[in-house]
Design a protein around this ligand. Structure first.
Ligand code: GRF
Length: 222
């Protein structure tokens, strides 16, 4: 299915949401961001959505005594606008069964590491402490396994002498923005989908994740 309507879920700054907004305004990305959902009322990303006149919803997870109730409410809310793709852009909650069932194969997540390396948090520090030569970000289909679904695309950056977690994060951030725009663009052209835990590009299964090049294109070349 060619993706036209996208819902973005956030918990914080929303700089990746902003990259998507900018790409739709400039005409690069032919999609409508139809809804932004945050689990935090104070997420600065909500202001970015308001400025762009995108409908927003806040669903504070701490107001639900049971995780399953939050999961149900989130799934009901996420149906608003009939999105064809959901982008988790810094959304700091694990999705429960209702979301995964309702939107199977239609949820992608941004993660700041070269998955399968470093699922979870603290990825920059962990990569530096491990002595890695490079770090990066990944976009993957969301499954029940935390940061574990099939990877669609990645961007690699070098870890330089003197890097700390903050420096590395600030160097990765603009490249992650390019990655999310280019990856959503693939969906908008109906070029990528997931079936049986495998990712397909133009109908052919991937052997490895697509890699973001310096010019912002995604290819299967190193
Ligand atoms: C990104 O680095 C993303 O990989 C991670 O959370 C961060 C969100 O940043 N999941 P922002 O809110 O889009 O600025």
């Amino acid at each position: 299915m060619k993706v036209k309507r996208v819902t973005v879920l956030i918990s914080g700054s929303g700089s990746n949401l902003q990259a998507l907004i900018d790409a739709t305004s400039s005409g690069r990305l032919d999609v409508e961001i139809c809804h932004v959902i945050s689990n935090r009322a104070d997420a600065p990303g909500l202001q970015r959505a308001h400025k762009a006149q995108i409908p927003t919803s806040v669903l504070p997870h701490e107001q639900f005594s049971k995780r399953s109730e939050f999961d149900q409410a989130l799934a009901a809310l996420a149906a608003f606008g009939k999105p064809q793709l959901l982008v988790l852009a810094g959304f700091m909650r694990i999705l429960g069964a209702p979301m995964l069932q309702l939107f199977a194969g239609r949820i992608i997540n941004l993660h700041p590491s070269l998955l399968p390396l470093y699922p979870g948090t603290g990825t920059y520090q962990r990569a530096i402490e491990a002595g890695d030569k490079e770090h990066g970000a990944s976009i993957h289909f969301v499954t029940a396994e935390l940061d574990g679904g099939p990877v669609i695309s990645q961007v690699h950056i070098p870890i330089l002498p003197g890097d700390n977690a903050d420096i590395l994060a600030s160097r990765l951030s603009p490249r992650e923005h390019d990655l999310v725009v280019s990856t959503v663009e693939l969906f908008s052209h109906h070029r990528v989908h997931c079936a049986n835990d495998a990712v397909f590009l133009d109908g052919k299964p991937f052997s490895k994740p697509l890699r973001l090049q310096a010019d912002g294109t995604l290819t299967d070349q190193d």
